[in-house]
Design a protein around this ligand. Structure first.
Ligand SMILES: Nc1ncnc2c1ncn2[C@@H]1O[C@H](COP(=O)(O)OP(=O)(O)OP(=O)(O)O)[C@@H](O)[C@H]1O
Ligand SMILES: [Mg+2]
Length: 310
């Protein structure tokens, strides 16, 4: 396999990537500074590409799960290949954030594909759309864009997808590392730098993952609630403008909830702190702090959360 990339004045990029049977030629024309190319030519078919997601937060604490993910993506030598880990844990515990932050540590673009019950195989791969002239144009999903660019794809909340959609990913997730788009009549190989992980939530609106897919999305990385000090730093990272006593209240609340194994996570804490701070400021009511904090908890999580007030 050989890869050749040439960039000249940020205007034209030609990337030849020859892989035993397949040759992909991608051409970029007149790209304005700071933007990504939006069209590539694969085996004579023009394909529109997605832009990567922007991600600005740092991953705080829990170094073990970050190391587990980076090790799964690590490639030992040219005969090795990356694993396709699945990140599991309660909603709001930090799965998507961890995957984005890991991509950032590898200095790779990240492409998030939000899976739903309605996701069809062609949505995951390449979709035909009508162009301005009434002709057909093909557009790659964020997953296929990441495959072509050598970025990171996060299949977010992947167990909301049906088996039919998973089936289209089987060759990508084993040693073949390609997808077949029936719609565009194309087979697209993943760039060697391409990495993928899936995140999963355990709730009522999810499907069972078929066994042959389950064995392809390994290892399983479990995210647990953070310790108090880590939780405080996460809140600070997300809400740098919020007063310390609001922060203390929310961290104490969350830690009490975690100790009882309640389903409240740092995302709930961020929402409570943000709303409480807005109301205190808006009403200019710093003297009603206790009452407004309590209301912010109830309005965010309901009466059942009152058991864990600090
Ligand atoms: N270790 C961490 N470092 C920085 N931010 C974190 C961390 N853990 C959680 N967060 C913050 O918590 C919030 C929820 O995280 P995230 O959206 O990644 O959770 P999730 O597990 O993907 O949730 P869902 O299952 O609902 O998709 C985000 O605002 C994120 O920034
Ligand atoms: Mg998520």
């Amino acid at each position: 396999m050989s890869i050749r990339i040439s960039v000249s004045e940020n205007k034209i990029r030609v990337l030849h990537w020859t892989k035993t049977e397949q040759e992909m030629v991608m051409t970029k024309h007149n790209i304005p500074e700071g933007e990504h190319e939006s069209q590539v030519d694969i085996q004579g078919v023009e394909i529109g590409l997605m832009l990567p997601d922007q991600f600005h937060y740092e991953w705080i604490g829990q170094q073990d799960v970050m190391d587990q993910l980076l090790a799964a993506w690590f490639v030992l030598d040219e005969h090795d290949m990356p694993l396709n880990p699945r990140l599991v844990g309660k909603p709001g515990v930090g799965k998507t954030t961890l995957a984005c932050a890991a991509a950032k540590r590898l200095d790779k673009d990240v492409y998030i594909y939000q899976c739903t019950m309605d996701t069809r195989p062609e949505d995951l791969l390449i979709t035909p759309v009508i162009d301005k002239t009434g002709g057909i144009r093909y557009v790659a999903s964020s997953l296929v864009t990441a495959m072509i660019r050598g970025g990171v794809c996060i299949l977010d909340e992947a167990n909301r997808m049906s088996e039919k959609s998973w089936a289209s990913l089987a060759p990508l997730l084993d040693t073949r590392r390609y997808i077949e788009s029936i719609v565009a009549g194309l087979k697209v190989n993943a760039h060697p730098e391409f990495r993928i992980c899936v995140t999963m939530n355990d709730d009522a609106s999810t499907y069972e993952i078929p066994e042959y897919i389950h064995s392809r999305i390994q290892p399983q990385i479990f995210l647990d609630f953070p310790e108090a000090e880590e939780e405080r730093r996460i809140l600070r990272e997300n809400l740098p403008f919020i007063e310390e006593h609001i922060m203390d209240y929310v961290v104490n609340f969350l830690q009490k909830a975690h100790a009882a194994n309640a389903n409240f996570t740092v995302r709930d804490g961020i929402n409570i702190a943000r709303y409480a701070a807005k109301r205190i400021q808006y009403l200019k009511a710093g003297n009603q702090y206790e009452g407004l904090m309590r209301q912010a908890v109830v309005m965010t999580l309901g009466e059942e959360a009152l058991d864990y007030l600090p």
